[in-house]
Ligand binder design. Structure first.
Ligand SMILES: Cc1cc2nc3c(=O)[nH]c(=O)nc-3n(C[C@H](O)[C@H](O)[C@H](O)COP(=O)(O)OP(=O)(O)OC[C@H]3O[C@@H](n4cnc5c(N)ncnc54)[C@H](O)[C@@H]3O)c2cc1C
Length: 653
């Protein structure tokens, strides 16, 4: 291994990186946005209140914005018609001439205001552009979206000063690629373990950054980075508080180095780097927002950034649906087009109805963001979680429908004279969506944290065993006015008929009634498990999944009604209906196992697995001589009990 590729053990050593669970929670809680000054449909939903008026009628497309966006989207579409995504995948490289074409059409600064040289288009146009690109090439969308969803322009727009905007926006609008660097070798989902540091120079004019960043998308090609680093602790109430600060760093700054380009299962042309910072001097003017605000900045950036993936996976789902529809008619086996065999037909129906639901979720969430006045943190997290998981099921179904051709590469298909449908590449490219910009587990943790927040903050001291009698009484007095009205109301059925939903009215009544049930179930879970609920990830995750399905149902019904009544697309009703029928089945199954009758058994078994009690199961394989023996002989104390839920864990791009 060349010297520059060895971990330096300054930033990335496990010893430095270890932080206690309490410290990790403290860092995450500090960064949590606790205020809910605007309504949130999903937050209400977890409180058992179905506020249909917050999402219905489904927002219509903004015609003026669509007209403004058309020339750009047409140009992008024409570019994609000639762009060779298989070549990009094969060579692992996006040609500079392709990137230049994108620059020339303004694709690097879609949302940058016109006054700074950008296209000045909306978030909705931006996500539509990303959907279009994803339908053709995952690596290309990674380049564009890492640069604009989480890279410099997004936090700059949200938190930058006028000077910073004037300095950086025009450069990015002209085509400077940007990146977001949070993850480190030992800091993945848990930012508290971050060791990259920044200290103020003696003259107070610069911050000096030292450390390493891992898996930074665009890292090997970017000119500008948002870099998160630890700055000196602050003393708050006599206790040292970890501080994380965000910096804009130019790749030309001495001391910045790309140690290695990382390679992955898919996204073969993603320009992803392992980066090193050695005494990198950043002018104090390039701090974003303020010292200590870095993690909050990252979380807030990701709230909007997370709107991209849910929309972009819709592009992939549509491309897959289009290709398998043709194939399921064309391919005849056992005397019938395979699409007419019931098992394949079911997959097709699911792909179509879930593509409709995914698009409804993505459009609704982006529309709520665009409308303003809504808090879309939870909606964006659900959209990211639900859409990526639905898209993954879709790509699996598509591959199965294509049979052996699904597993064959596009180049091989082409060489045999068949249509080079790239399902194999699309599967490789889409798996990462469940991991980056908040893994599915971290999304569920984040949503669960907020879902139980109202109860924990009001009623937690009543059920906490460590609460003294007087604390309990005080908490009870405080909680009573809320629960006296809230709890009985969760039992009273809604009298709303949802008549304007026509055939879908029954589904809306189900969503309404089930929302009440979800609200009271979460309350019951708190009473049942008390403070232990914090560690009951599986119970909370099932509740999150119920909420996500309810959100997808409501979004689909509302959009279907709009499409049928305003845009003359009555078939949308069938799609929403089929989706809702399936979602109801999943919700019922989740409620049945909500309290996890087997959770403890499985947890115990997993601890046994970790301790190596079943290591004999792993015998008879070729592994150790090459990869080495499993090094964990005993369980660290931190894995003896389940991790808590109550922290807003972040995660990088
Ligand atoms: C292709 C690619 C591109 C990326 N681009 C960027 C980028 O541009 N910028 C950047 O900063 N980062 C980037 N990342 C990093 C990415 O965001 C991380 O991979 C992600 O945050 C998860 O961190 P990790 O892989 O270290 O997993 P870990 O945090 O080690 O987690 C491993 C597994 O444990 C689960 N897990 C962790 N904690 C908990 C918990 N408390 N409860 C339940 N389950 C838990 C996780 O969900 C995951 O399944 C990229 C990664 C890849 C692979």
């Amino acid at each position: 291994m060349p010297d520059n590729m060895k971990p330096t053990h300054t930033a990335a050593s496990p010893q430095n990186a270890h932080v206690s669970e309490a410290e990790a929670r403290d860092v995450a809680e500090q960064a949590r946005e606790t205020e809910w000054t605007h309504p949130s449909f999903v937050r209400e939903l977890f409180l058992g209140r179905f506020r249909a008026e917050l999402i219905h009628p489904h927002p219509m497309e903004d015609a003026a914005e669509a007209a403004r966006a058309k020339p750009f989207l047409d140009q992008l579409s024409a570019f994609l018609d000639t762009y060779d995504a298989d070549e990009t995948d094969r060579t692992g490289n996006i040609k500079e001439s392709d990137v230049q074409q994108l620059r020339d059409m303004g694709a690097m600064g879609i949302k940058i205001p016109k006054e700074y040289g950008g296209l000045g288009l909306s978030q909705m146009t931006y996500v539509k552009a990303m959907e279009l690109v994803t339908s053709k090439c995952g690596s290309l969308v990674a380049l564009l979206s890492a640069s604009q969803s989480i890279g410099v322009p997004q936090p700059l727009k949200l938190f930058g000063t006028e000077e910073q905007k004037k300095k950086y926006f025009p450069r990015i609008a002209k085509g400077a690629i940007t990146a977001f660097a949070l993850t480190e070798v030992h800091a993945g989902s848990d930012p508290a373990t971050m060791t990259t540091s920044a200290v103020l120079s003696e003259d107070g004019k610069h911050w000096v950054i030292n450390g390493e960043k891992l898996w930074c998308t665009n890292g090997t090609r970017a000119e500008l980075f948002v870099v998160m680093a630890r700055t000196p602790d602050k003393i708050v109430n006599g206790k040292a508080r970890k501080q994380i600060t965000a910096f804009i760093v130019d790749s030309k700054t001495p001391g910045f180095e790309v140690k290695m380009r990382c390679h992955f299962m898919g996204l073969k042309a993603i320009e992803n780097g392992w980066l090193s910072f050695k005494d990198v001097k950043v002018p104090i003017e390039d701090v974003l927002w303020a010292e200590g605000k870095g993690l909050k900045l990252a979380l807030t950036t990701l709230n909007t950034g997370r709107l991209t993936i849910p929309a972009s996976v819709v592009g992939g789902a549509k491309a897959l649906l289009k290709s398998v529809r043709a194939w399921a008619m064309e391919r005849v086996q056992w005397g019938q087009p395979i699409g007419k065999h019931e098992a394949v037909a079911q997959k097709l129906a699911r792909m179509a109805s879930s593509t409709f639901a995914m698009e409804s979720v993505a459009l609704l969430t982006t529309s709520l963001y665009e409308k303003g006045g809504y808090d879309i943190r939870l909606e964006a997290a659900i959209a990211k979680l639900w859409n990526t998981e639905a898209a993954w099921k879709g790509v699996d179904d598509a591959l199965q429908i294509r049979g052996g051709r699904g597993y064959e590469t596009a180049d091989s298909l082409r060489a045999r004279g068949e249509k080079p449908i790239p399902v194999e590449r699309m599967m490789r490219d889409s798996r990462i969506n469940l991991i980056f910009e908040g893994s599915s587990e971290i999304m569920r943790l984040f949503i669960a944290r907020e879902a139980v927040d109202a109860h924990f903050s009001i009623a937690f001291p009543i059920v906490a065993p460590e609460s003294s009698f007087s604390t309990r009484i005080k908490a009870l007095i405080k909680a009573t006015p809320f629960y006296v009205t809230w709890y009985p109301a969760r039992w009273i059925p809604s009298f709303k008929t949802y008549g304007d939903f026509g055939k879908l009215a029954g589904h809306m009544r189900f969503v309404d009634g089930t929302t009440r049930k979800l609200g009271r179930s979460l309350f019951h879970a708190m009473v049942r498990f008390g403070p232990k609920l914090e560690r009951k990830q599986m119970v909370l995750f099932r509740a999150v999944d119920i909420g996500a399905e309810l959100f997808a149902m409501a979004a689909s019904c509302s959009r279907a009604v709009m499409l049928a009544s305003k845009l003359n697309q009555p078939e949308a009703i069938q799609l929403a209906d089929a989706f809702c029928v399936e979602a109801r089945g999943r919700i019922e199954a989740l409620f049945k196992s909500l309290y996890g009758p087997h959770d403890e058994q499985l947890y115990k078994l997993a601890m046994g697995v970790l301790k190596g009690e079943y290591a004999w199961l792993e015998e008879g394989i070729a592994w150790e001589s090459y990869y080495g023996e499993s090094s964990v002989q005993s369980l660290p104390s931190s894995v003896r009990k389940p991790a808590v839920v109550s922290s807003e864990l972040t995660t990088a791009g």
